[in-house]
Ligand binder design. Structure first.
Ligand SMILES: [Zn+2]
Ligand SMILES: [Zn+2]
Length: 136
């Protein structure tokens, strides 16, 4: 399934050739600082941008960077440059009803004041890191 999207101001638009319909929500402190809340994102392949000159990236860890619109500040993607793995922010897609919430990660870092409804997988930071083989 392909999909299109854009930032808040429209300076950056994108088309993703292959989009996973199942999003994960991340409650880690970095995602919350970056997006203003839990980050929901969908794994994508073959993402091409228009207005790429307006994209700025911030290296948030040794292995990942986060891309955002330098005009309006919209969070656009989380990417691991070494592997090319790209997660596009759910809020950036034009059509968001087609995605379902497949799971939550870093639930042990989630602020206490809210919970997502639904019967899906919920992983702590340690459980998630183990699930991707990231050792200790
Ligand atoms: Zn923008
Ligand atoms: Zn996160």
């Amino acid at each position: 399934m392909s999909a299109t999207g854009k930032c808040l101001c429209g300076a950056v638009t994108f088309t993703a050739e292959e989009v996973e319909k199942h999003v994960h929500a991340c409650h880690c402190s970095m995602c919350r600082s970056w997006t203003g809340g839990p980050m929901q994102a969908a794994r994508c392949d073959g993402v091409s941008f228009d207005g790429a000159e307006h994209i700025k990236t911030f290296q948030s860890s040794e292995w990942a960077e986060r891309g955002f619109c330098s005009v309006c500040g919209s969070s656009l993607f989380y990417r691991m440059p070494e592997t090319g793995m790209t997660m596009m922010a759910l809020g950036a897609f034009d059509e968001q009803d087609q995605f379902d919430l497949a799971g939550e990660i870093f639930v042990d870092e989630k602020p206490a004041g809210y919970n997502f409804a639904g019967n899906h997988e919920r992983l702590t930071a340690a459980e998630f890191m183990a699930s991707i083989g990231a050792g200790e």
